[in-house]
Design a protein around this ligand. Structure first.
Ligand code: ADP
Length: 400
């Protein structure tokens, strides 16, 4: 990387997370979070090596939030750069790029129009992401803005992986197809895995298990995504913290009729009250679930089993889809930190050559946790979506 300072922005509907990177050293110069934008406003700003600064700051909108961030980064005790001019570019996380974007792009009027066009596909996130871009354009005039899409890495999927068996006109008219999410993470982690394995990307078939609050699995063959578990929206695939993942679609009508609820409430239940929270009735956090299971809670155990079983099925099906497998990679909050879960996932997969060394699995920071006689590697690679966004932004603005 060259020596650029890149601000990474992840704008939500009432929040704005940020990190400022020095791309030469990969150092995070500052990071923080503006919350309750449009309500009252709270900010937490952490300059590298210093205590966090926390304050109530009235922020009417994302424009106010970005001005607050600039002020904190450039003035007083919280400053990490001399002036705004030292920031070379801004990279924005954008949830949904539809079929419009297969890679990151420098923002211009056409890009803004295309992100707007994708709002129906990402109605909760895209408007907020766009607001973040427009606020930065206004407050940081002339500094290039880059959009990095959660869906972009998955655009290489073949039609057989992305087409749903629905009337074709819905695909044509409304863009109903699999898009996939967590793309920045799947791309970053699969590239790291390829580097680690030290073989040409073309020769490698990898399954990336991004297991966090939201979880998704992707099949990466020859360095390209060929399938992924999330779909039109992040609701599909594995059961997650609070999302149902795959279910029989006919369940919706059945529950709606019985409970006398409408489709909005049903969708809310599928997104917020299902997954391991739904099964366990305890928590969406895997630490809580393991603690409850250890105390004999059967529903917590059932939730964990269901999650683990689903991961195993995806690994088996993606190995079949790719016609082979060289490595399984675990990443994100659960994948990186929960050794017990990793051990449970791979336990029945020995017949595929997936075997871990229990000791290596327990030692935090070990990348290759495979057993000596494994023919498929099992790796633990920490994801860093913000850094990946900074790296892509740098690549685009420096014309690499
Ligand atoms: P998000 O999808 O919100 O980014 P994360 O990737 O942070 O979520 O994952 C959150 C999950 O990771 C939680 O279920 C939590 O139990 C688990 N997790 C995070 N950190 C740890 C840790 N140090 N030890 C065990 N589990 C952890």
């Amino acid at each position: 990387m060259s020596n650029l300072k890149i601000l990474v922005i992840n704008a939500g509907s009432s929040s704005l997370k940020y990190q400022l990177f020095n791309t030469e050293t990969s150092e995070v110069l500052a990071k923080g979070l503006c919350e309750r934008i449009g309500i009252d406003g709270k900010v937490k700003h952490t300059p590298a090596g210093k205590d966090s600064y926390e304050a109530d700051v009235n922020m009417e909108n994302h424009g106010d939030a970005i001005k607050t961030v600039i002020k904190l980064m450039t003035t007083g005790d919280t400053a990490v750069v001399g002036s705004l001019e030292e920031i070379d570019a801004v990279g924005h996380r954008v949830l949904h790029g539809g079929a419009e974007f297969s890679k990151s792009v420098i923002v211009n009027d056409d890009v803004i129009a295309a992100i707007k066009k994708c709002i129906p596909l990402g109605p909760l996130h895209n408007p907020a992401n766009l607001t973040g871009i427009l606020a930065c354009e206004e407050a940081m005039h002339g500094i290039p803005q880059v959009a990095v899409f959660d869906t972009a890495f998955h655009q290489t999927m073949p039609q057989k992986a992305y087409l749903y068996a629905l009337p074709y006109e819905y695909y044509k008219k409304y863009g109903v197809r699999r898009y996939g999410f967590h793309g920045t993470s799947h791309m970053y982690v699969s590239q790291k895995a390829i580097e680690f394995l030290g073989k040409p990307a073309e020769e490698l078939k990898i399954i990336v298990c991004h297991l966090g609050n939201g979880s998704s699995i992707s099949a990466v063959s020859g360095g390209k995504c060929v399938d992924t578990s999330m779909g039109l929206t992040p609701l599909e695939g594995l059961p997650m913290g609070t999302r149902s993942g795959n279910i029989d679609p006919a369940i919706l009508e059945y529950i709606m009729d019985n409970e006398n609820i409408d489709i909005h409430e049903m969708t809310n239940i599928l997104n917020k009250k299902s997954g391991v929270l739904g099964i366990s009735g305890i928590s969406s956090d895997f630490r809580d679930l393991y603690a409850a299971k250890d105390q004999g809670n059967e529903r917590a155990a059932a939730a964990l089993e269901s999650f683990i079983y689903s991961i195993q099925k995806f690994i088996g099906s993606y190995a079949a889809a790719m016609g082979g497998l060289d490595a399984v990679v675990f990443t994100a909050g659960i994948g990186e930190n929960n050794a017990a879960l990793r051990a449970s996932v791979v336990e029945p997969l020995g017949f595929m050559g997936i075997k871990i060394d229990p000791k290596k699995n327990e030692v935090r920071g070990t990348i290759d946790i495979s057993a000596e006689d494994a023919t498929v590697k099992t790796l633990v690679i920490p994801t860093d979506e913000e850094f990946a966004i900074a790296r892509d932004t740098e690549r685009l603005v420096s014309g690499k």
